[in-house]
Design a protein around this ligand. Structure first.
Ligand code: NAP
Length: 285
């Protein structure tokens, strides 16, 4: 990649950022389309977040992705928050519109876009059992509620977090927070199971958020985890002929939507997916 005086800077604010797949994914896409952008990962310690955001304006950085631990903490430092990001309560993409910093959340939309494209499901028919109630669950659940799924049930280790998320979603969708002893029935009667917990993520690849015996062939089983590309939950789902959906699609599509907000150009989604897949298969995490 040749950086010139015309190059525009975009990047990632997170801590740590050393393992991020985003720089390679975005820079490959910029190069492919011959767009004059460069994507850099900035390791921003929490105490310096405000200064880093001021730096976006000062340096004329065109935009950034925001990841752990800054997705919520960045909100007060921005000039405007898009309504969906406001409802989610977190920002993963910032656009610098002539010095005005606008916060978006493309995690939920990226997830739903990939879910629909890869499984062909009809959102309006889905009875969703959501495992987990953390940040990613919030983005996914708010977006699914927005898009009009039939019902959402939330199961989480900390019951009060599931209740809080359910209360937040209630105006939009038929939603309940379940007790752990109701999880089995909720999985068996769902059409779509979504694992938003980190259970099964590298290096704990032998772990599963629910017992394999609860899975059946009428289910779509979706896992937000993309390392490994196929979690034990998804392997078990395949064994009972359930439809499966892995987290790679969410990662690529959240990035593609951010790319489109910064550049105004349609992102080369398939190239971005192949780039991340190749990196993960080489053992990148
Ligand atoms: P988070 O806010 O820390 O939430 C973690 C969730 O997992 C919480 O519901 C937590 O339950 C639950 N959990 C963690 N360990 C558990 C255990 N041992 N037993 C039961 N529950 C457990 O994290 P996050 O940002 O939402 O991320 C969650 C997962 O989504 C991660 O695997 C992450 O890699 C993935 N993700 C993927 C993408 C993508 O692009 N594909 C994007 C974002 C996140 P408690 O509330 O009880 O603690």
């Amino acid at each position: 990649m040749i950086v010139t005086s015309k190059s525009q800077l975009v990047g990632l604010f997170g801590h740590p950022v050393g393992h991020s797949q985003s720089p390679l994914m975005h820079n490959t896409a910029f190069q492919h389309l011959q767009l004059p952008y460069v994507y850099v990962a900035f390791d921003v310690v929490p105490d310096r977040l405000k200064e880093a955001v001021t730096g976006i304006r000062g340096l004329g950085i065109k935009g950034v992705n925001v990841t752990i631990p800054h997705k919520v903490a960045i909100l007060p430092f921005l000039d405007e928050i898009d309504p969906l990001a406001q409802r989610i309560g977190a920002v993963n993409t910032v656009v610098n519109a002539n010095g005005r910093l606008i916060g978006y959340n493309t995690d939920g939309t990226g997830y739903v876009r990939s879910l629909v494209e890869e499984t062909g499901l009809l959102l309006a028919n889905q009875v969703v059992t959501l495992l987990g109630a953390g940040g990613a669950a919030r983005a996914v659940a708010c977006t699914l509620a927005d898009k009009g799924v039939q019902e959402i049930r939330i199961v989480n280790r900390s019951r009060e977090k599931a209740q809080k998320l359910a209360d937040h979603l209630r105006p939009l969708v038929n939603v309940t927070a379940l007790e752990p002893n109701e999880a089995e029935e909720a999985v068996k009667t769902a059409t779509l199971i979504i694992n938003t917990t980190s259970i099964g993520m590298y290096p704990n690849v032998e772990e599963m958020p629910i017992p394999a015996e609860w899975l059946h062939d009428g289910l779509i089983v979706s896992d937000l985890i993309y390392n490994p590309l196929e979690t034990k939950l998804l392997t078990s789902a395949k064994q009972v002929n359930a439809v499966t959906h892995s987290g790679i699609g969410m990662f690529v599509n959240q990035g593609a939507l951010a790319f489109e907000r910064w550049t105004g150009v349609e992102a080369p989604v398939e190239l971005m997916r192949q780039t991340v897949l190749a990196q993960l298969r080489q053992g990148g995490n």
